[in-house]
Design a protein around this ligand. Structure first.
Ligand code: FPP
Length: 260
């Protein structure tokens, strides 16, 4: 096997513990974490990764102390203000997923502007999940499906029809999910989209997760055998299922692009 993922999703965990280890306040860990976002985005763009999705703020993170929430919001705003010009030059398209209505009006308008400013870029597709939750995404998609199909019932809905109403219709599902910081859970990230994703957990705290650590995760991924429910023997001996897989992917793409 020699495969590179086209879509990597990352749960950037361990900022607080990184700060504690260096005898600094938690917010300094987040500042270093935000700086690392810049490095990893560049490393992915340089490596030719097509899609990178980062979990910056979960719908549950509002439960953190108010000063930490406000530091995270400030870092997000600063990131948008400092990075968008460079993203434009580097061909990076930015999208933000999650319920942005809870953010301050200034942050919302910077998000809208950043998405507009980078909308025609075609290299790396960077998606930042902010005030995002996987359960929220699926529930939203079900409500949107019902609105779009007022004369049908849930019995008429299938997986492909629902998926176009998720917050990620333009993105392929991630092949690789990386979680830094030593925990082994999904924490309500892309629940639907990670059904067949390879999960890579590392003890490295997010501020220390550098280009070499990214390369190790890609090396690990390259050795995975992806079975999609089939047996190991089928994967190695039956080429027809790969044609089925391609046909399914094309149908899925057609559904996402709303063509029939
Ligand atoms: C988890 O570490 C990290 C977060 C909740 C926030 C991630 C935010 C950033 C990396 C910076 C801002 C983002 C952008 C896009 C500019 P934790 O605080 O839970 O760490 P701990 O588990 O060690 O306490």
């Amino acid at each position: 096997m020699n495969q590179t993922p086209q879509h990597i999703a990352i749960i950037m965990d361990g900022n607080g513990r990184w700060a504690k280890k260096h005898l600094m306040p938690r917010t300094v860990g987040h500042v270093r974490g935000a700086a690392n976002v810049r490095h990893i985005v560049k490393a992915c763009n340089d490596t030719g990764i097509r899609y990178l999705t980062l979990f910056a703020f979960s719908s549950e993170n509002w439960r953190r102390p108010a000063d930490e929430v406000s530091a995270l919001m400030g870092l997000f705003l600063q990131y948008l203000e400092n990075e968008v010009a460079e993203m434009k030059a580097a061909g990076i398209r930015l999208r933000v997923i999650g319920d942005r209505s809870a953010f301050a009006p200034l942050l919302q308008s910077r998000i809208d502007q950043a998405e507009l400013d980078t909308a025609y870029n075609t290299r790396l597709n960077l998606t930042i999940a902010a005030n995002y939750g996987g359960q929220w995404d699926v529930l939203n998609a079900m409500r949107a499906w019902q609105l779009a199909h007022p004369h049908q019932t849930l019995q008429d809905m299938d997986a492909a029809a629902l998926a176009v109403h998720l917050s990620t219709p333009e993105l392929p599902d991630p092949e690789l999910l990386i979680r830094t910081g030593g925990e082994s859970r999904i924490s309500n990230f892309l629940l639907w989209q990670t059904a067949y994703t390879e999960l890579y957990f590392t003890d490295v705290h997010w501020p220390d997760f550098d280009a070499a650590a990214l390369k190790s995760s890609l090396y690990w991924y390259a050795q995975r055998v992806r079975r999609f429910g089939r047996t190991d023997e089928q994967v190695h001996t039956t080429p027809e299922w790969q044609a089925d897989e391609t046909a399914t992917a094309l149908l899925d793409l057609a559904a996402r692009l709303k063509i029939s």
